[in-house]
Write a protein that binds this ligand. Structure first.
Ligand code: WTA
Length: 652
């Protein structure tokens, strides 16, 4: 648990508190503490009654459910026997509610091109895509991998899958061909949807070529559907396998009825890093997930009909799934979507977008906030941000310094900040301030939402006292919870349900203070958080040792002012000189194996890795070494860490 110590010191000294502004409270969804207490108590004490009402009121049912909840711990079913459809809830239900002409997506591409889609228009596009998927031979239960830029066609493809009961597996467009192939194979994907390229800081990056490489190793994939985005004419198309989106989708009928699907029909798989090497396919199902995404969106973002809401996450991550697509659209929100980098053509792009589209709610990540601070206030000062009324944060704890800057500089001291704690596994936000009622404390995700029963336990599973750190668990099931790891029941049970019997183990450490506020204190396992993205140190180690020059590798996270954590790798090598050239080569190798986000920041050559007598690598020691000393640019001597190991052996 050594990762937590630095953060504990950091937040223990934090005692500032910011009550919500009165004018915000007046109009808020939750406008009094007693209202929250009442709803929270109801959801806890009459779980099934509470969620029955919620589900009936907030989802469309082709056939009603006969039972609210069935099962226990890892094996659960919500809204048993009911039939619904997430695409219907996000589109048709909105049109029925009178939002047909309301903007669903307001999109801006990186080069500055724009597109808006009303709910009616979005439904038409989704219907065409659903018809095309059907024509290609995709049916309910088939897996479709999606590897696309943040264009409207990305949510369109997701919702088209949902419409016909196909299971989407979105792969963030920064991952390597190896990573795509691994995911295709693990899920047994039949189709990949991609684009001819991606704009990033004015350049066109290849996507189709990367997919082509992956497809050489993806025997289950029969077809590849390719969106023309960049107009890159040299895109290789394989006859009989590859299809252009405009040839396949555009001419289809714009009316394709949503298929009634079982509440527990798989909606999507999303791969995320765990404590072991291979990313795991987190499985979410239809009704419970959709309800959780919708209701948490409405509660936490205090959504109003005239809001312009912007979640800056890419659909390749869970935040994009739940808070670009399934939550806001099931709530009929207008969502701004932006394709590109925050510093293109200049560092004020985000603030330009907020001003231009009069964004009222902004949801972004601490790593972005820290980058804005670094780029300088002048980029913010150029723009009128007075449309903003609420700010959100996700992905990692937001350090008090960044919180204060976000509050003052972006929020003009008038916008509440919701620091939302949740995970790919939880489907949606679990702990967060409710902006109309919760006095916020910088660095705390404050209190659980209705339906969430947190419990902080020690190694024996006993609840710890307030102000004591421990492992964060969730004691009761909730509708948005993951239903499994794709194809690996055993790992699912071992990872989440075995260590603390009867409770879901989050993998995070936490502490509750005397006010009942929660403070997240880092991970209990070898997962590191780089710019808000989860990576397993073992995953990076596996990538390193797959290089012929590497004998052994140990990867740890070290504190980084911008990324939260940076990746430090210690390697022992054979047959090569420990020099800058090899260092570069190893970085590129990891990039190729996993993707740019996993590229180590530091590579240090060691004569041996420090190990305990029983042969375990002393990670804690390496973490200290990694954060204590700067890596000298071109050190070419091998560091002898075994000396340190001897000194520290007892406490490993
Ligand atoms: C961390 C992202 C502190 C945490 C939605 C969690 C946070 C992991 C916060 C999940 C927060 C996310 N405060 N830590 N507000 N939000 N985390 O699956 O360690 O990509 O377990 O989901 O990120 O990352 P994931």
């Amino acid at each position: 648990m050594s990762d937590a110590s630095g953060q504990i010191d950091h937040v223990l000294t934090e005692d500032r508190s910011f009550p919500p502004p009165a004018e915000f409270t007046e109009r808020a969804v939750f406008s009094s503490q007693s209202q929250y207490e009442e709803v929270y108590a109801r959801a806890r004490d009459d779980r099934d009654g509470f969620w029955a009402e919620e589900a009936k009121q907030h989802l469309h049912w082709f056939e009603p459910f006969t039972k609210v909840f069935d099962g226990q711990t890892s094996k659960v079913r919500w809204f048993v026997d009911g039939k619904t459809n997430a695409s219907y809830n996000c589109l048709d239900a909105q049109i029925d509610a009178g939002r047909g002409d309301k903007n669903a997506i307001v999109w801006e591409g990186e080069p500055g091109d724009t597109r808006t889609l009303t709910y009616r228009e979005l439904r038409s596009e989704v219907c065409k895509c659903a018809a095309a998927l059907t024509e290609i031979g995709i049916t309910a239960g088939d897996v479709v991998s999606i590897y696309m830029p943040m264009t409207p066609e990305l949510p369109i493809a997701m919702l088209a899958c949902a419409r016909i009961g196909a299971i989407h597996s979105v792969v963030f467009a920064g991952f390597s061909s190896e990573s795509i192939a691994d995911r295709n194979n693990d899920a047994g994907a039949k189709l990949v949807i991609t684009a001819d390229g991606l704009y990033r800081r004015g350049k066109v990056l290849p996507l189709k070529e990367t997919v082509d490489e992956a497809l050489e190793k993806s025997p289950t994939v029969k077809n590849c559907l390719v969106l023309r985005r960049t107009g890159n004419d040299n895109v290789p198309m394989t006859e009989g396998r590859d299809l252009w989106w405009h040839d396949t989708v555009d001419h289809q009928s714009d009316d394709f009825p949503a298929v009634p699907l079982d509440s527990e029909a798989p909606l999507f798989i999303l791969y995320t890093s765990g404590s072991t090497g291979k990313p795991k396919g987190i499985l979410h199902t239809t009704a419970g997930y959709n309800l959780w995404a919708k209701r948490t969106f409405q509660w936490v973002f205090d959504h109003r009909e005239d809001d312009v809401y912007w979640c800056t996450a890419d659909c390749g991550w869970i935040t994009g799934h739940s808070y670009v697509v399934y939550g806001p659209m099931a709530a009929g929100a207008t969502c701004l979507m932006y394709e590109g980098a925050p510093n293109h053509p200049a560092e004020d792009r985000f603030w330009d977008l907020v001003e231009k589209y009069k964004v009222t709610i902004l949801y972004t990540a601490p790593t972005a906030v820290r980058a804005f601070i670094k780029w300088g206030d002048e980029h913010v000062d150029k723009h009128d941000l007075s449309s903003l009324r609420l700010l959100g944060s996700v992905g990692e704890g937001i350090n008090p310094e960044a919180w204060m800057w976000y509050h003052k500089k972006i929020g003009g001291e008038r916008c509440p900040i919701v620091d939302t704690w949740w995970q790919t596994e939880t489907g949606g936000i679990m702990m967060s301030p409710l902006p109309g009622i919760t006095a916020t404390k910088p660095g705390s995700c404050t209190r659980p939402l209705p339906g969430v029963i947190p419990s902080i336990v020690d190694e024996t599973g006993k609840d710890v006292d307030p102000n004591h750190g421990g492992m964060l668990c969730i004691a009761e099931p909730w509708p948005g919870m993951l239903r499994g790891i794709w194809g690996d029941e055993q790992r699912f049970v071992e990872q989440y349900w075995s260590m603390i019997p009867g409770k879901y183990l989050t993998g995070d450490n936490a502490r509750m203070d005397s006010d009942g506020y929660y403070w997240i204190m880092g991970r209990i396992d070898d997962v590191i958080n780089v710019s808000g993205h989860r990576l397993s140190t073992i995953e990076v180690e596996s990538a390193l040792v797959s290089h012929e020059a590497v004998c052994e590798a140990a990867v740890v996270g070290r504190e980084d002012a911008l990324k939260g954590q940076a990746i430090a790798a210690f390697v022992t090598i054979r047959g090569r000189e420990p020099n800058e050239e090899l260092r570069k080569e190893l970085k590129m190798h990891v990039r190729k194996q996993i993707g740019a986000l996993a590229q180590p920041d530091d590579i240090r050559f060691a004569a041996t890795l420090p190990k305990t007598r029983s042969g375990k690598i002393m990670r804690r020691l390496l973490r200290d070494v990694a954060s204590g000393r700067e890596v000298a640019g071109d050190t070419s001597t091998l560091e002898d860490l075994s000396v340190l190991a001897k000194l520290n052996d007892d406490e490993a």
